[in-house]
Design a protein around this ligand. Structure first.
Ligand code: HEM
Length: 542
C-alpha cells in the first residue's frame, strides 16, 4: 500500500512537472528575450546614438546590472574617478552617461540647464514629493519659495542658540570621557594610544549632535540623543501603536537598499519587493518602515502643539505659515514629506562632514596647528562653544571645511538628471532627449587639472583669489537651482562644532595610519571613529 501511494505521489509529481514544464520554459524564454535579446537589439539599433561612448562593462549598453553590482563593492564613485582619468564620458547603463570633465557641471546642473531630476527621484516617492525629490520645475519653484523663508539665513542665525545648546550637551559627554594628556609621541600621532583610552566614537556623537540639532531647529523637538548617549526614538504605526527603535538604524539601510537597486527605473518597484525574500534586503525594508513611522510620530506630535496654538520658533512653523501669519495651506502629507527630508538630509550629511574634517585635521597636524592659531586669536581661552559671529568669516577654518567637503563629499554619487525631450548639449556634444546624465562630486573633486595633488588634504588651496576661483568646482552641495537649500545651516553647525572641538580638546586616532571606513550609498557614509580625547593644555603647547 505504502509503495503504491509513493508511486502514485511520484507519478503525480512527475505529471505536475511535465504539465508545468512548458510554462517554465516559456517564461524563461520570455525573460531571456525581454531582458537580454530585446535590449541587445536596441543597443545595436542605437536610436539615441549612445554607442559611441565607452561602456562601463561589456554589458552596460544593454543592462544596468553592472552598475548595480558596483554598489555592492562599496565605493562606486572612486571606481568611476579612476575610469574617468582616461574617458571623459562613460555609458554606465543602457540609458545613462557618467561625466568626468568639469565643464559638464554647468551643462548638467547649472542655473540654465534644461535637465531635470530623473526617475531615480520620482520612482520611489510615497504619497507626496518633498523639495529634494520633486521633479516638475514649477512645482519645485513653488516649494522652494515656501521653504526659502524657513531656510533663510536670518532664521538660521536666530536658531544659533539651539546649536550652541547641542554642542554644550555633547561636550558634557566629552568632558566625562576625557582621558589624561598623553606623552608627546601619542599626541603627535606617532605612537598608538593605549586602546583602553579610545573612549569616544566621534562619528557616533557627531551624528547624535546633528540629529538633536536638526530636530530642535526643525520641530522644536528634544530628541535627547546627546543626553542619553544613544539614538532610540518612538515610532508610531498608522494604527496608533508605538514602539522604540534606533533612528540611525532606520535611516541608513534605506539609502543602502536604494543605492543597490535604484538604477533600472522600470523595474525598481518590482525588484524592490522581490528582493525582500532575501533577509539582507528584508531588514532594509523594515528600516524604511521604521523611518516612516518615526517621522509620522514626530510630525503628529508637532502638529498637536501647532493646533493647540503654540507658536514655536522653528522650521515647522515656517512651513505652516508665512512670516505674516498667513496659512501656507500645504497638505499634511506634504508637510510630513518636508519634515522627512529636513531630518534626513539635514543630519546625515553634516555629521559626515564634521567627522571628515576632524579626521583630516588629526591626520594633518600642521593644518590642525594652523587652525588652532586662527581660532585662538578670536576665541577667549575659556570659551566653550564658539560664537558663530566670531568664526563664520575665518578664512582658514572655512578652507579646512571646504577642503574636507572636496576630498570626501558627503553626497558623493552622481546625482542623476534627465535631458529634456529635445536633447541637450553636454560637453559640446548633443545628447538625445530623456537620457540620464550625471557627474559625481567625488569624480569632479579629484580632477588633477583643477585640484593638483587632488588626493591630498591641502586647505591652503581655498585661500585668496585663487581659492575663490575654485568655488564653482566645489559641488558638494551640487549646483544651480537644485543645489542644497540647507548649506547655510550646515556651515553654521560645522563651523561651530569644529571650532569648539579644536579649541577645547585634543584627540588621537586609534593608531598611526588609522583610516576611516567609507561606504557609498546615496551618501558617503562612515564607519566608527574611535579616538582618545583629552582637554587641551595650552601651557604645554607654549
Ligand atoms: C554637509 C552637509 C550637506 C551636504 C553635503 C548636502 C548636499 C546636498 C546636495 C548634493 C543636494 C542636491 C541633491 C540632489 O540633487 O539630489 C542637496 C539638496 C538638498 N539639501 Fe542638502 N546637504 C547638506 C546639508 C543639508 C542640510 C543641513 C539640510 C536641511 C536642514 C539640507 C537639505 C537639503 C534639501 C531640502 C535639498 C533639496 C533642495 C532642492 O532640490 O531645492 N541639506 N544637499
Amino acid at each position: 500500500m505504502a509503495s503504491l501511494a509513493a508511486n502514485l505521489s511520484q507519478s503525480g509529481t512527475m505529471w505536475s512537472v511535465i504539465s508545468v514544464a512548458p510554462y517554465a520554459i516559456g517564461l524563461s524564454f520570455f525573460a531571456f528575450a525581454y531582458f537580454v535579446i530585446l535590449p541587445y537589439i536596441e543597443y545595436l539599433r542605437d536610436p539615441k546614438g549612445l554607442r559611441k561612448y565607452p561602456n562601463l562593462s561589456p554589458f552596460s549598453g544593454f543592462s544596468a546590472i553592472p552598475f548595480m553590482l558596483m554598489a555592492g563593492r562599496g565605493f562606486r564613485s572612486r571606481e568611476l574617478a579612476e575610469l574617468h582619468k582616461t574617458h571623459p564620458v562613460i555609458r554606465t547603463a543602457p540609458n545613462a552617461l557618467s561625466y568626468g570633465d568639469a565643464r559638464a557641471i554647468k551643462d548638467i546642473y547649472g542655473h540654465n540647464t534644461k535637465c531635470t531630476k530623473d526617475g531615480a527621484y520620482s520612482v520611489p516617492v510615497g504619497s507626496h514629493y518633498n523639495l529634494a525629490d520633486v521633479v516638475d520645475k514649477p512645482d519645485h519653484a513653488r516649494k522652494r519659495k515656501v521653504l526659502s523663508s524657513a531656510y533663510a539665513l536670518k532664521n538660521l542665525e536666530s536658531w544659533e542658540y539651539k546649536v550652541t545648546d547641542k554642542i554644550q550637551r555633547m561636550f558634557r559627554h566629552f568632558d566625562k570621557v576625557c582621558t589624561l594628556a598623553p606623552k608627546e609621541d601619542v599626541a603627535s600621532g606617532k605612537v598608538a594610544p593605549d586602546q583602553k583610552e579610545l573612549t569616544l566614537d566621534l562619528r557616533g556623537w557627531n551624528n547624535f549632535f546633528t540629529l538633536d540639532a536638526i530636530a530642535d531647529i526643525g520641530l522644536s523637538e528634544k530628541l535627547g540623543f546627546l543626553d542619553a548617549g544613544n539614538d532610540m526614538v518612538t515610532a508610531e504605526r498608522k494604527d496608533g501603536s508605538t514602539y522604540q527603535t534606533s533612528l540611525r538604524e532606520a535611516l541608513y539601510p534605506t539609502a543602502r537598499k536604494q543605492s543597490y537597486l535604484l538604477w533600472d527605473y522600470n523595474w525598481y518597484l518590482t525588484i524592490n519587493k522581490l528582493v525582500d525574500v532575501i533577509p539582507f534586503f528584508k531588514r532594509m525594508s523594515k528600516s524604511a518602515d521604521d523611518w516612516e513611522n518615526i517621522m509620522w510620530h514626530r510630525g503628529s506630535k508637532r502638529l498637536e502643539r501647532y493646533e493647540n496654538g503654540e507658536k514655536l520658533d522653528d522650521f515647522f512653523q515656517a512651513l505652516m505659515e508665512d512670516k505674516n501669519g498667513n496659512a501656507n495651506n500645504l497638505e499634511w502629507g506634504e508637510v510630513v514629506a518636508e519634515c522627512n527630508i529636513m531630518m534626513n538630509a539635514g543630519s546625515v550629511t553634516t555629521a559626515v562632514a564634521i567627522t571628515n574634517v576632524m579626521y583630516q585635521l588629526l591626520r594633518n597636524p600642521k593644518a590642525l596647528m594652523k587652525l588652532r592659531e586662527e581660532l585662538d586669536s578670536v576665541l577667549d581661552e575659556d570659551e566653550v562653544v564658539a560664537d558663530y559671529d566670531k568664526v563664520k568669516h575665518l578664512p582658514y577654518l572655512r578652507a579646512c571645511l571646504d577642503e574636507s567637503l572636496r576630498i570626501f563629499p558627503p553626497t558623493s554619487h552622481g546625482l542623476p538628471r534627465e535631458t529634456p525631450a529635445e536633447g541637450a548639449n553636454i560637453l559640446g556634444d548633443w545628447v538625445a532627449g530623456s537620457t540620464t546624465v550625471s557627474m559625481s562630486a567625488f569624480v569632479a573633486h579629484r580632477l588633477e587639472s583643477i585640484f593638483p595633488n587632488a588626493d591630498q588634504y591641502i586647505p591652503e588651496r581655498w585661500l585668496g583669489e585663487e581659492g575663490k576661483s575654485l568655488q564653482p568646482y566645489l559641488i558638494a552641495f551640487s549646483a544651480g537651482a537644485r543645489s542644497c537649500i540647507g548649506r547655510n545651516i550646515s556651515y553654521l553647525e560645522q563651523a561651530k562644532a569644529v571650532a569648539s572641538m579644536v579649541h577645547r580638546y585634543d584627540f588621537a586616532l586609534a593608531y598611526p595610519g588609522w583610516e576611516l571606513q567609507r561606504e557609498e550609498t546615496m551618501n558617503l557614509i562612515l564607519g566608527d571613529m574611535p579616538v582618545k580625547i583629552w582637554r587641551r593644555d595650552r601651557s604645554a603647547e607654549a
